[in-house]
Design a protein around this ligand. Structure first.
Ligand code: DGJ
Length: 463
């Protein structure tokens, strides 16, 4: 072949190769621009969870109590209702089956476990009395305060309705640095003993107290469900104090904007200049109402938003993640457990949409009954990055209507995962999950050193 022919071929090949290289470069540039775009959108998304152990699905294998005939045929719901059933110990285990006692446990690798459903003692060795409660983190003292119904009295049946009740004793308050060892601070809003017309007279009902702090007035403001023994008064009570440990002074009882109000909670939006809201079951529990609180938090503004209309939900517990508001509610079945649902809204006073049952793990009967409990509060998990990572603590009560003071606490990890649209930081969907664990630890720092994480229960482990 003549040299000039070779040169021409080589020249053609060189042109083709240059063309291919140019095409590849153009494609790579386009891909890299695309990548940068996606990466910048991804930065808007919450970082991935690192505490994945909390999200492990843990199933529950129940060991039927000794002496129970035909354990394979038992129906958990029936056993829960049957006060004389030997299987009741599955739900209300006595100290034989483990107890959360912060006094006897050395602070080491086996301490700081939450034991849902087990007896939980305070630092003086008495069962904690803070039912239907909520937690305030007090920035001034760097301390958590747990407020709830102090129910350490005999259970009787309310005349007329037959509903189990305990005379009002007041609101119990406990303090803690680690959410695990709680010191009793006293009954900070006590029942009224003599004046039978008082909202907090012992013959009435005081439920679901919650406390928030008002930066403008420097006051701690308590909201609670107040009622008569037949639940027909259906109102809210407000009390204030200059200290988290009280004593609280009762301000007033009201029906918010004239509406009946039963199960309730308050939510303070720390990311929105401290805007706070009252959320309550209304119109005989047919719907949930939401009103913003006035500046000093002692009353509601005159706008009432109606949510979950016709859904018959109660026990609202509200939290926020990634700019979206979430609410866990229960159905209405008195003291008996039922299925939890999660709802979400982009604005507290906006439209609430129902996502579904958040319960994961254990077994089907447990998931359909909120692990045999009813929610009361959702707390950002300290050490878990709180809002950033979408890690929370779901606090619930396993009510014992035969002996209300022995109702148990069910604290479980709750996570939120959000998927955003590819090019816009708009949530496409979110998933809220509450994970069953027989025992677990929160990723809390101990002396600034150790992170506690969950550890599934192993047979033979000490509790
Ligand atoms: C369900 C509510 O959530 C509880 O707070 C209490 O009011 C019971 N009903 C009473 O039956």
């Amino acid at each position: 072949m003549a040299p000039w022919v070779r040169i021409r071929r080589l020249w053609r090949w060189a042109v083709v190769l240059c063309g291919v290289a140019a095409l590849i470069t153009i494609q790579l540039n386009a891909l890299s621009a695309e990548y940068k775009k996606v990466a910048s959108v991804m930065e808007l998304q919450p970082p991935l969870l690192t505490f994945q152990e909390l999200e492990q699905v843990e199933y529950l294998t129940l060991l039927p109590p000794y002496g129970l005939k035909y354990p394979q045929t038992i129906n958990l719901n029936h056993e829960f209702l049957n006060e004389s059933s030997t299987a009741r110990s599955l739900f209300f285990p006595n100290s034989w089956y483990g107890i959360l006692d912060p006094r006897n446990t050395k602070i080491n690798a086996t301490s700081h476990f939450f034991l849902p459903g087990k007896i939980w003692l305070d630092t003086a060795g008495n069962p904690i009395q803070a039912h239907g409660g909520g937690i305030l983190f007090d920035k001034k003292s760097d301390t958590y305060f747990w407020y709830g119904e102090y129910k350490d009295g005999p259970t009787d049946q309310a005349q007329g309705t037959g509903t189990a009740r305990v005379d009002v004793i007041g609101v119990g308050c406990y303090s803690s640095k680690d959410l695990w060892a709680w010191k009793f601070e006293g009954v900070v809003m006590a029942a009224e003993e003599s004046d039978a017309t008082h909202d907090l007279h012992k013959s009435k009902v005081l439920e679901r107290p919650k406390v928030i702090y008002n930066e403008k007035t420097n006051k701690y403001v308590m909201w609670m469900h107040i009622d008569d023994a037949t639940y027909n008064k259906a109102a809210v009570g407000v009390a204030v104090s200059s200290h988290p440990t009280g004593p609280f002074t009762y301000v007033r009882g009201v029906r918010p904007n004239g509406f009946d109000s039963r199960d309730m909670t308050v939510f303070k939006d720390e990311e929105d200049n401290g805007a706070a809201y009252l959320i309550y079951a209304s119109l005989r529990n047919k719907e949930i109402h939401i009103s913003r609180l006035i500046e000093d938090y002692t009353d509601v503004e005159n706008v009432t938003v109606r949510a979950l209309i016709g859904m018959h939900r109660e026990a609202p517990a509200v939290f926020k993640h990634g700019g979206v508001y979430y609410m866990v509610t229960s159905g209405c079945s008195g003291w008996l457990p039922n299925e939890a649902l999660v709802h979400e809204a982009e604005w507290m006073l906006g439209t609430w949409e129902t996502i579904g049952n958040p319960c994961v793990g254990a077994n089907k009967a447990y998931r359909a009954a909120t692990f045999f409990s009813q929610g009361s509060f959702v707390l950002p998990m300290p050490g878990g990055g709180g809002d950033d990572r979408g890690l929370f603590i779901f606090m619930a009560d396993r009510w014992n209507p035969a002996n209300l003071r022995d109702s148990r606490y069910m604290w479980l990890p709750l996570t939120v995962k959000v998927r955003f649209e590819r090019y816009k930081p708009i949530p496409l969907w979110s998933k809220v999950a509450i994970f069953w664990h027989e025992r677990w630890r929160a990723p809390i720092k101990d002396n600034g050193e150790t992170y506690y994480v969950s550890k599934p229960f192993m047979a033979g482990d000490d509790l």
